[in-house]
Design a protein around this ligand. Structure first.
Ligand SMILES: Cc1cc2nc3c(=O)[nH]c(=O)nc-3n(C[C@H](O)[C@H](O)[C@H](O)COP(=O)(O)OP(=O)(O)OC[C@H]3O[C@@H](n4cnc5c(N)ncnc54)[C@H](O)[C@@H]3O)c2cc1C
Length: 402
């Protein structure tokens, strides 16, 4: 049973990464406090894709049965040309995929995933979830750590994990960098399945690509909702207007998608226009650990979403950190050092690859598009060479540790 006299691990931020980390730490039978800035734990109303490197972790955290009840298991991931409407390539996500990576590929609603993780935390006697705590300072002295919230509350603990996302305060302890604006924006949301005009198999994940734009579509919540993400590069972006809403507007979206095929244009007509997400990442850093303080998830390695790996990497972090805590027992400093030794090169590679994949799918030159499409059209749907290093990670990593 938990000994509350032991100071807790403090996780700053209760997103997907923070909650998974709390479940991992609790697995080592240590007390965890998750401090979340929002008035309640939750996620936005859009979908998320989780590859096997993530579902492997969810299996390990004991929440996969619940995920199975609400997720969709797509049969294929299909790349389409957004202008010609032709299929360029596909990846088999069925049994072959599952056998290869030891876990399935799932798509689901973010709030469903978050709810499953939050409920698992709530029912775990080692975990305490606290809301309305915007952490503005964190420090370590004499083997104890303290965080201070904007309302003046202090929380002391044995170690800190900064899981506070892209705009992380905890990251400022290590580096003074800023998120890098990609000049792309996303509009996203899930609509009732009845509103969808049929194209192909609605169980599949579709990615429609074209110069400076793409559209992703897949079902969520047992197939009751259809998630759509529209992404494009704004020519109205300037450094000066970066933090305003005057670039990447819905009107620009309509102009940019004007020449796309009918199915893509139809999808655009259903996209919600009230909220837009400017797309940011940051450059990889070579240290995010100091004594008993470390980072994870987007706080450590925010990436562009083009490989659908941001949350997957956060889940990998949570699992690897847990493994290191198991391995090193009370030597938390050593656990954190070994955690980042593995995770920094791994996540830097995924961050860089996500940028590169963005350049490939958004290519604007005739020669680049011809080369890309020739390669894509020549592969079979059982050719996994492009994704092995991303989706196959957990299995390999865990086999080498345990
Ligand atoms: C359009 C889009 C599509 C994406 N699609 C996918 C996908 O299909 N698959 C995938 O794997 N990834 C995807 N991602 C990436 C994924 O969403 C993120 O990588 C993931 O959510 C990161 O989780 P996190 O817990 O590290 O950070 P976050 O989800 O950002 O959570 C951070 C939490 O910390 C809280 N917080 C922030 N500051 C403080 C503070 N000072 N004090 C206390 N709490 C604080 C926040 O409120 C939040 O709850 C996508 C991203 C985008 C933008």
């Amino acid at each position: 049973m938990m000994n509350r006299e032991n100071k807790p691990f403090i996780v700053i931020g209760g997103g997907i990464g923070g909650l998974a980390t709390a479940l991992g730490i609790a697995e080592t039978k240590q007390y965890v406090k998750v401090l979340e800035q929002a008035p309640e734990f939750g996620e936005i109303g859009a979908g998320i894709q989780l590859a096997a490197n993530a579902t492997n972790v969810l299996q390990r955290l004991g929440v996969m049965d619940k995920i199975n009840e609400i997720a969709v298991f797509p049969k294929r991931l299909v790349l389409m040309d957004a202008f010609s409407g032709k299929e360029l390539s596909a990846l088999d996500l069925g049994d072959v995929y599952k056998e290869r990576y030891g876990a399935p590929y799932v798509v689901l609603h973010r709030s469903d995933l978050h709810k499953v993780l939050a409920e698992a935390c709530e029912s775990n006697p080692f975990i305490e979830l606290v809301t309305n705590q915007t952490i503005i300072e964190a420090e370590e002295s004499d083997g104890e750590v303290t965080v201070i919230a904007s309302d003046g509350s202090h929380h002391s603990g044995t170690a800190i994990i900064g899981a506070d996302g892209l705009w992380s305060n905890a990251r400022k302890l290590f580096v003074e960098d800023q998120p890098v604006c990609s000049q792309y924006v996303a509009y996203r949301g899930a609509i009732p399945m009845e509103e969808v005009t049929s194209h192909g198999d609605l169980d599949d994940v579709y990615m429609w690509i074209g110069p400076n734009l793409h559209l992703v579509q897949y079902p969520v919540r047992r197939g009751e909702l259809y998630n759509q993400v529209v992404v494009f590069k704004s020519s109205e972006y300037t450094k000066e207007n970066e933090h305003t809403i005057h670039w990447g507007t819905p009107e620009e979206m309509d102009r940019i998608f004007a020449g796309t095929c009918e199915l893509v244009q139809n999808a655009i007509s259903f996209i919600q226009r009230q909220r837009r997400w400017p797309m940011y990442d940051r450059l990889p850093i070579d240290n995010w650990t100091k004594g008993r303080i470390t980072l994870m998830g987007d706080a450590a390695h925010p990436m562009l979403q083009y490989l659908a790996q941001g949350a997957c990497q956060a889940l990998e972090d949570a699992a690897y950190l847990t493994d290191m805590l198991h391995k090193h027992g009370q030597d938390i400093e050593q656990a954190f050092v070994e955690y980042q030794k593995e995770r920094i090169p791994r996540t830097a590679n995924v961050q860089n690859s996500a940028r590169m994949w963005g350049e490939i799918i958004h290519n604007t030159t005739d020669a680049g598009i011809l080369l890309r499409d020739t390669i894509l059209l020549s592969r079979t749907d059982k050719d996994f060479q492009f994704i092995d290093e991303f989706h196959g990670y957990n299995k390999k990593a865990r086999e080498s540790i345990i």
